[in-house]
Design a binder for this molecule. Structure first.
Ligand code: SF4
Length: 211
């Protein structure tokens, strides 16, 4: 094991302890294959599943794997109109499992998310029976202030770059705390604990995923 792997092992062990104290279920996945196997192990066949716009969930191959499996999947990418997407967002609220990433997490397990429509933070907060959060160790920050800073100054402008919206961060990659109607920073969630206990399952990954 090299120095980076060793540090990741130790950091993951510390995070799992902190997350358990906050009533999360949490696991460390040492590779992408580990991650896919863990997701498969956690979700029973026949479950209803949905997710938001997470790059992490897509980039890791989780969405493709679940769509090919024995599940009922509600994916907003499968529909074209805004009306149909809204229908999927509403359907997600009553699914057995919702998958998402986070924008940042403090070393003591507080989760920070920034959202434009609010459907993702709403589903993470309440609705779907279980929520699986995929968190690359690259998103772990010293404390809550640093996590909010990361979510707003790194994750949000990077996410924004995926879309063709008119916001100041589109021009220079830096957050200007804008009040643009196109802003994706309308809802900021700071999640202290999992409630009911173990409703949220955090899968920490050694490989950097998402923004
Ligand atoms: S400039 Fe606006 S949309 Fe861009 S990251 Fe900042 S608040 Fe969000």
């Amino acid at each position: 094991m090299d120095a980076k792997e060793l540090r990741n092992e130790r950091l993951a062990a510390k995070l799992i302890k902190s997350l358990n104290q906050r009533h999360y279920d949490a696991y460390y996945c040492r590779s992408n294959d580990d991650l896919l196997n863990k997701v498969k192990e956690l979700i029973p066949a026949g479950s209803t599943i949905s997710w938001g716009g997470s790059a992490s969930i897509r980039d890791t191959g989780i969405t493709q794997m679940l769509k090919a499996g024995d599940y009922r999947v509600y994916d907003r990418d499968d529909v074209n109109t805004q009306e149909d997407k809204m229908r999927i967002y509403r359907k997600a609220m009553e699914c057995d499992y919702y998958l998402a990433s986070v924008n940042a997490m403090s070393e003591d397990g507080v989760i920070v998310n920034v959202d434009g429509n609010g459907n993702r933070v709403a589903a993470i907060t309440w609705g779907p029976q279980h929520v699986i959060l995929v968190v690359g160790l690259n998103k772990v920050c010293r404390d809550v202030d640093a996590a909010v800073k990361r979510a707003r100054s790194v994750a949000a402008p990077t996410n924004m770059a995926r879309f063709d919206f008119r916001t100041p961060c589109q021009a220079d990659g830096v957050c200007h705390d804008c009040k643009s109607p196109d802003s994706i920073c309308n809802y900021i969630s700071i999640q202290r604990m999992s409630h009911p206990a173990k409703r949220h399952i955090v899968l920490l990954t050694s490989e950097p995923v998402g923004y």
